[in-house]
Design a protein around this ligand. Structure first.
Ligand SMILES: *Cc1c(COP(=O)(O)O)cnc(C)c1O
Length: 405
């Protein structure tokens, strides 16, 4: 085993050796500019790009021409929101989203608010799901876009994307989804699900960092976007700049592998995740699952451990590379906004751990992780007077605390 054990696959993934192999020639031998139309170097690069475009399109049920390459999902999210907002400004200034989107969506929305757009943040239930009926009720004649994430990157919850897509179609409103975490884990089909724009990223699916794509529907309806980057008219004018050929080849290969291995890999990840959760629950009480019990990513487990201190918990498990429910801001430890919005109290949020499993996670690593989590939490609770009181049956909510000044 390699330490620390990597269980943070929602943050990023290593490049699959098969992906790296596919990329290698494009750094040195096939180095042409895909926009060079006058010679073999350019043609070869362009042909490889078009092959990758087809690989990306194929996995989500799109047509090649509907795929635009970007620098990653942050750019894709920005291009979808800002690009639609600018293009459809005449039609309206209202956008609907959720409060637990990735920051790439929330910060782009905040930017648009400063430019006079109105954003509705729909409520989410205690699992982090948006209701299609709430989407319907929020749509007004001024609504130009609905953006709801496919799968949440912290709690793994899946949204009812097909139902939301159906509402948007009925109402004639464009529908964007950030599908970064869902791609390669669960089937995504832009036709069946009524998706008009979709963001994805290579480095979350065993491709390289700094490359992603935006799907932009061409038919029923044809979606138009104002570009954010100007210069040269690459990518049908929607995203200028010399194409990152090796990155794009890597993204295409990563998508191709995902299509080939998804069913088997997701079943394996689901089994390992259940093993981890069962192993934790078998030995510890007062542990709480965050996110939906079944409508969730197969590789995600997000758990709150009551009666421990968040920082001590992380410090005690340095052998595990996991993510905590506390976000360090410059001055203080803020609980995750996602956990807050689904109603997890501040204390529990600080003791929440996100386990993200992936392609290279082994049974042996999960066994080790169970043992590490159980022993760390047990040790911390032995030192906790609160846990002791709770075990003795004291109702902590009704205790009169006095402070010594
Ligand atoms: C990682 C992530 C992003 C950002 O993707 P980058 O390619 O790193 O910019 C956006 N949305 C979600 C849900 C993510 O998990």
């Amino acid at each position: 085993m390699k330490f620390p054990i990597y269980l943070d696959y929602h943050a990023t993934t290593p490049v699959d050796p098969e992906v790296l192999k596919a990329m290698m020639p494009y750094f040195t031998e096939v180095f042409g500019n895909a926009a060079s139309r006058n010679h073999e170097y350019g043609w070869t690069a362009e042909a490889a790009i078009e092959n990758a475009r087809a690989q990306v399109a194929s996995l989500i049920g799109a047509v090649d021409k509907e795929i635009i390459f970007t620098s990653g999902a942050t750019e894709s999210d920005n291009l979808a929101l800002v690009g639609v907002a600018e293009m459809y400004r005449e039609k309206g200034n209202h956008i609907i989203t959720s409060p637990i989107e990735h920051k790439a969506i929330l910060d782009a929305c905040q930017f648009l608010e400063s430019k006079g757009f109105e954003i509705t943040y729909l409520p989410v239930d205690s699992y982090g799901r948006v209701s299609p009926e709430d989407v319907r009720a929020a749509i007004t004649p001024k609504t130009i876009l609905v953006s709801v994430m496919f799968a949440n990157n912290e709690i793994g919850t899946l949204n009812p994307i097909e139902a939301i897509g159906k509402v948007c179609k009925e109402k004639g409103v464009l529908f964007h989804t950030d599908a970064v975490q869902a791609i390669g884990k669960i089937p995504v089909d832009v036709q069946k699900m009524g998706i008009d724009l979709l963001s994805l990223s290579a480095h979350k699916i065993y491709g390289p960092k700094g490359i992603g794509a935006l799907y932009i529907r061409r038919k029923n309806p044809r979606v138009r976007l104002s570009p954010m980057i100007h210069g040269g008219g690459h990518e049908r004018g929607m995203r200028s700049g010399t194409l990152n050929v090796p990155g794009i080849i890597g993204l295409g290969k990563a998508m191709e592998i995902s299509g080939r291995t998804m069913v088997e890999e997701s079943a394996r990840l689901n089994r390992l995740r259940e093993k981890l959760w069962d192993g934790i629950r078998a030995k510890l009480d007062e542990v709480y699952l965050n996110g939906h019990p079944t409508e969730r990513l197969p590789n995600n487990l997000n758990v709150s451990f009551a009666y421990v201190e968040g920082e001590s918990l992380m410090m005690g498990m340095k052998e595990l590379a996991v993510s905590s429910g506390s976000a360090c801001t410059s001055s203080s430890l803020e609980p995750s906004y996602v956990l807050k919005k689904i109603g997890v109290g501040e204390d529990l949020a600080h003791t929440s751990i996100r386990f993200g499993l992936g392609r290279f996670t082994t049974d042996e690593e999960i066994d080790y992780a169970i043992e590490k989590v159980v022993s760390t939490v047990t040790k911390l609770r032995e030192l906790s007077p609160l846990y002791e009181m709770a075990k003795e049956g004291v109702d902590l909510k009704n205790v009169q605390w006095t402070a010594n000044h």
